[in-house]
Design a protein around this ligand. Sequence first.
Ligand code: SF4
Ligand code: SF4
Length: 490
Amino acid sequence: MPENAAATTTPLPAPTVRPGSGSSTAAWSPPAVHVLAKPTGAICNLACSYCFFLDKELLYEGDRFRMSDELLDRYIRQLIEAHDIPQVTVAWQGGEPTLMGIDFYRRSIELQNRHRKPGMSFFNTMQTNGTLLNDEWCEFFKEHDFLVGISIDGPRQLHDAYRVYKGGKGSFDKVMRGLRLLQKHGVEYNVLTTVNRINGDYPKEVYRFLRDEVGTEWMQFIPVVERVDADGEPAHLRGSHASERSVGAEQFGSFLITIFDEWVRHDVGSVFVQTFEAAARNWMGLASGMCVFNETCGTGLALEHNGDLYSCDHFVDPDFFIGNISDRNMKDIVSGSQQYDFGQDKLTTLPQYCLDCDVRFACHGECPKNRFIETPDGEPGLNYLCDGFKAFFNHVDRPMKLMVGALRAGREAGEVMTVITGEDRALDAELKAVGRNGPCPCGSGEKVKRCHGRAGMGVPSHPMPGSLGTPRPPVTERGKKAAARLRDRI
Ligand code: SF4
Ligand code: SF4
């Protein structure tokens, strides 16, 4: 599964950096690390067209791509040692982690119990493509309270555009089967959708499908940005262009805005979109909870099947190899200057254009892996998705302020829905009164027909072609609990 770093995780807050405690090697001492462990390396039973892990097989050519029992034991022990806090997240992903077989994860649970420190609790997560799930897997997940992230790119025609088996057959039916099994067994799950050039044009279809047909209350939208060279050849972390499968910057902004506009009118408090929650937290002045929208990073690492540790799941590359846990303890590796500098570089390499940006507090230049274009005045290091983020964060400014104001006053964030839909009705009435050739009442100076009277503008939501008109399911107990969790976090 590509583009899914931290997909099933509750990302750590920005680290409280404590300078090294006199040791010559410790550059910092994060209280916890978040490791995405890949027990099958890049090996997967699918061959999604945009998967940046596929070429990672070349890093370990000839390897069996299976984490050994001995390494699993070492990993769990070192992960525990790297935590000064009692909650430890054990996060599995791939490739496709279910290819390891269920016994590997049973052993992981045994080892957690064997090595745990007093008072320590574990939170197990797995990001899967869902195609290999069966009753036995789901019973196991349920028994051990796994949070399972399942990757779905939208309704069949959008999902199957890229998420295919090696022979080219779409995976939609198998994924939906896996998803229904998770639901049947009451497993906690969330949905991760990678936004690419194709589904990026269908935000409403994707959102309504996930909400109404899949029935999920937790969504993550991750942009596909594949770097290529001038000839269009893959050039992960080095290319200066985006592939044709990559979502466009404005396209991604528009995708998020369209979904936000629907969400802020109907679903605040009942549907949780990770990007919106992260934005709300940044508007509250808190750490966003998503590494990409934090000022610095460096506590989210990737562990390969052979114990190799990399600075981040998006930087599995020889230049960002920081050590092997069979040679050095993970805590020592992480507290070295290489990893500290990696996390700080996110801030220190921002171009002036970002430093001057009104929405930097929410964006922070997003992920360094996407910073490969130039600013308008020619400075390198601007995020390829900048135009989209600028548009999105500016668009949500007022509703965010309304929600944050309500929460700070001890009221529900959801009251924003009443405010916005009330404004919609008022605007609609004014539009009708003015007529298509009159000045738009929004104050833009344009005629109504060129502004809020244009198709797609003004009061949503007209049915989209092929849209899924299934009525909303009632808010479930899980939804109510999630709403309470959001309130607590904010
Ligand atoms: S490089 Fe930093 S911001 Fe990007 S995914 Fe990794 S940890 Fe997150
Ligand atoms: S919106 Fe653009 S300019 Fe502003 S912080 Fe983000 S990447 Fe930088």
